[in-house]
Design a protein around this ligand. Structure first.
Ligand code: PMP
Length: 408
């Protein structure tokens, strides 16, 4: 049973007041809030068993190392990876994608090759591939987006060529919410001999993810968007592929033996984890996964879908507001414009009412161009949001339109 009161109790920040109003936090796509149990778990680690991992023979180091490896198992279970060594801890989605682009690129991308991305990617899933293409003399190609915010999959046969090495695609768009048909894309890419990286930054917190069922080659996500701490993320990669990729960064823990003549590298996943990791953050990520699992991803998805469909319906009915994207399958992320009103002004006015929304180009400039705008207003829901908060948002937007819209 989904117990909203109990869930909201777990997030003390939701009781904060902003400019004299109760906080209405609708910027969960940027970062979610963390439940007290995640913060307490990290506090406890700092206070009782803080020690560097994989290094010491002493008691605290062993405790901390065990807690980190348990978190790796939890991450493995969470996305149903086959093996724990396929879970690489990183700083977040951005670092995960940069790692994959660099290391996969070094091993497999040659001049004349092609990398395929989509028109709705976050900059984190565009720029590392662009940098790779520049380094290797490869070409970046783009799957276009329809008016309703869906990928034009019918373009795939034209875009996937024998030169395509990899397709990089968001599981869910951080702007439109669109959930992409990733399994279908993986099959098409694999049939063409290309690998697939899925950017799961906007998916893992909203729906059950099974990397074996998806058959993707890489999957990237961040802890801070799924009720965990900042500074930690995961790159999942298929073991046989990771084994054939060179290390990305050099330093401690990624080595087996070092001499001035030659260094040999550690086994997976440590080959890709140079330097002291955010080992307390990793423990926090493990706790966030436990928390999500205790509620159940299906229950979370159902709750958020109810919130988002109500919000979409109400926003669509609001005169003076234009919704962007209308995909039948979407995460609880909704972006819109108010013609004649700058998103920054709207966001500032909403903030005065205690409502936190995101405004700007959402780290997705090419998608802004696709919709002919330079910025949008985005509301993104988490399981702890309420239907009353949707009413407050709608009241706030009515005031924005009445005050700022030239046509009213
Ligand atoms: N991809 C998507 C789809 C995102 O929404 C984000 C975060 N806005 C990122 C990548 C980057 O994540 P991070 O900043 O945690 O590295």
């Amino acid at each position: 049973m989904f117990n909203l009161d109990r869930i909201r109790e777990e997030f003390p920040i939701l009781k904060e007041r902003v400019h004299g109003h109760p906080l209405v936090y609708l910027d969960n796509g940027a970062t979610t809030q963390r439940p007290a149990r995640v913060i307490n778990k990290m506090n406890d680690a700092y206070l009782r068993y803080n020690a560097n991992v994989h290094r010491g023979v002493h008691h605290l180091s062993n405790l901390c190392t065990d807690a980190n490896e348990r978190a790796r198992q939890r991450a493995r279970d969470f996305i149903n990876a086959q093996r724990a060594e396929e879970i690489i801890f990183t700083r977040g989605t951005t670092e995960s994608i940069n790692l994959a682009a660099y290391s996969y690129g070094e091993a497999f991308v040659r001049p004349g090759d092609e990398i395929l991305v989509t028109g709705m990617e976050h900059h984190a899933n565009i720029v590392p591939w662009q940098m790779l293409c520049e380094r290797k003399g490869a070409t970046l190609k783009v799957i276009p987006v329809s008016d309703s915010g869906e990928l034009l999959v019918e373009e795939l046969p034209r875009l996937l060529t024998p030169a395509t090495r990899l397709l990089a695609v968001a599981h869910a768009s951080n702007v439109l919410g669109t959930i992409n048909p990733v399994r279908q894309l993986v099959d098409a890419a694999h049939a063409a001999g290309a690998r697939v990286l899925i950017d799961g930054a906007q998916a893992v917190q909203h729906l059950p993810v099974d990397v074996q069922a998806l058959d993707c080659d890489f999957y990237a996500f961040s802890a801070h968007k799924m009720y965990g701490p900042t500074g930690v993320g995961v790159l999942y990669g298929k073991r046989e592929l990771l084994a054939d990729m060179p290390p990305w960064q050099g330093g401690g823990e990624m080595i087996k033996e070092v001499s001035f003549e030659r260094t040999t590298y550690n086994d997976l996943p440590f080959k890709f984890e140079a330097g002291t990791p955010d080992f307390i953050g990793v423990i926090g990520l493990g706790e966030a996964i436990d928390y999500l699992s205790s509620i159940g991803m299906s229950a979370i998805a159902a709750r958020e879908e109810a919130l988002a469909s109500r919000a979409r319906e109400r926003l669509r009915a609001l005169p003076g507001l234009v919704l962007h994207g209308d995909a039948p399958l979407a995460s609880p992320v909704i972006s819109f414009s108010i013609p004649g009103v700058h998103p920054l002004d709207a966001g500032t006015l909403l903030d005065r009412l205690g409502i936190a929304v995101r405004t700007g180009q959402m780290c997705a400039e090419p998608l802004m161009h696709r919709y002919g705008v330079t910025s949008m207003i985005r509301v993104s829901f988490a399981m702890y949001n309420t239907f009353e908060e949707i009413d407050i948002l709608l009241d706030g937007l009515q005031r924005v339109i009445a005050l700022l819209s030239p046509s009213r």
